[in-house]
Design a binder for this molecule. Structure first.
Ligand SMILES: NC(=O)c1ccc[n+]([C@@H]2O[C@H](COP(=O)([O-])OP(=O)(O)OC[C@H]3O[C@@H](n4cnc5c(N)ncnc54)[C@H](O)[C@@H]3O)[C@@H](O)[C@H]2O)c1
Ligand SMILES: [Zn+2]
Length: 352
């Protein structure tokens, strides 16, 4: 078992252990002193696969368990699902000492986290991420949210979990593309600050997934601890994301987030190399790592279209855009680019 301490305002542990799901009850009790009741939240797919195991472990530890199951997919990350979750808590008279457990991917984690952040002005919750994306990304940092018709993640709060328990065995049932989506974020994390993590994913050999997620979490944890409310350093985690959001938008959300991130990282790496900002070997290494993990590296859209989509992104400030530029594997920097230079910069990136 690996334990990674996340030193946010309220510190907590991420435990990574094969078979960890069977220890959920005892670990939850140890992390949430005085808890007696649990609402176990999962989507229908994850509930069918792991709901029973999770419930049995929680019950065996002496916790009283109710279950809340909702249809899988981003379409459920809404105010309406959130309100039915809150109504269940109220109807069952959950108190401040009771807890929520999120069993599933990022949708379940974000939805449950937001309910925990707001019910009775905040109760404790435990995350059990079952996608690689939720493991390496959404389980660290305390961002919780639901979507509004006007846009993704517009209604949310920062609320740290009391514990994250990660059982890499649960990744065995992930569809190939969903697994790869999370690996894109792990490759991104390696490029930002962990050359060993990057090498694990570069070779094309099946990487030891427990080590990959543990290293990704440790690095994200360090960045988030230094910049809990996203003032500066945390922006490094946006490597490839400005282009990725544009690709997602232009594709009508048919390109998944991780696949879009892969395209974004590749475009930025090629553009940076052409602009003389990074090692000449960097784009080829990055493309190899992405392709070896079943991820795309070619962008189907032109630079002008990307820029239009980028300008509708909320992270823009004034007449410049801040991009994260990879200098070499393990070192990235924030660079402010005037809008006028963006199209030629991206064009170079698209030439590959
Ligand atoms: N809070 C944050 O910091 C943060 C960071 C990144 C992403 N997110 C959010 O995360 C969400 C995306 O996360 P996601 O990709 O995990 O989505 P998800 O939760 O919808 O999971 C993807 C699909 O995989 C299925 N699934 C989950 N675990 C499984 C398993 N072990 N075996 C088989 N199927 C399984 C789910 O039922 C779902 O259909 C987005 O809403 C995004 O906004 C949040
Ligand atoms: Zn991302």
């Amino acid at each position: 078992m690996q334990a990674i301490r996340i030193e946010t305002g309220k510190a907590y542990d991420v435990l990574v252990e094969n078979g960890g799901l069977f220890t959920l009850g005892e670990r939850t009790l140890a992390a949430c002193e005085g808890a007696s009741r649990v609402l176990l939240v999962a989507d229908d797919t994850v509930d069918a696969l792991y709901g029973k195991t999770a419930e049995t472990s929680l019950t065996s530890a002496g916790l009283a368990v109710s279950r809340f199951v909702f249809p899988h997919g981003e379409a459920s990350k809404t105010v309406s699902t959130y309100l039915s979750l809150i109504s269940r808590l109220a109807a069952e008279r959950f108190t401040r000492s009771d807890i929520l457990v999120a069993l599933g991917g990022g949708v379940t984690g974000d939805l449950t986290g937001f309910a925990a952040a707001t019910y009775l002005r905040g109760i404790r919750f435990v995350q059990v991420p079952t996608t690689v994306l939720a493991a390496v990304d959404s389980s660290v940092g305390g961002k919780t949210a639901v979507d509004l018709p006007e846009g993704k993640n517009l209604l949310g709060a920062f609320h740290q979990p009391s514990l994250v328990l990660l059982d890499p065995n649960t990744f065995d049932t992930l569809p190939k593309d969903t697994f790869a989506d999370g690996i894109a974020e792990a490759i991104k994390t390696g490029i930002i600050g962990d050359p060993v993590l990057f090498s694990l994913l570069e070779s094309g050999q099946a990487a030891p997934i427990a080590e990959v997620v543990a290293r990704s979490i440790a690095l994200k944890g360090r960045i988030v601890a230094e910049d809990e409310r996203e003032g500066g350093l945390r922006q490094l985690l946006n490597l490839g994301h400005t282009v990725a959001h544009a690709v997602e938008l232009l594709s009508g959300m048919t390109v998944t987030h991780g696949h879009a991130v892969a395209i974004g990282i590749s475009v930025i790496a090629h553009a940076s190399e052409k602009a003389g900002l990074c090692d000449a070997s960097l784009p080829a290494r990055i493309d190899r790592a992405l392709q070896n993990n079943g991820l795309p590296t070619t962008c189907p859209y032109a630079a002008e279209a990307l820029l239009d989509a980028m300008l509708s992104d909320k992270k823009r400030s004034g007449d410049a855009l801040t991009l994260i530029i990879p200098r070499k594997i393990g070192v990235c920097e924030r660079v402010k680019l005037p809008l006028g230079q963006l199209v030629p910069f991206l064009q170079k990136g698209l030439e590959g």
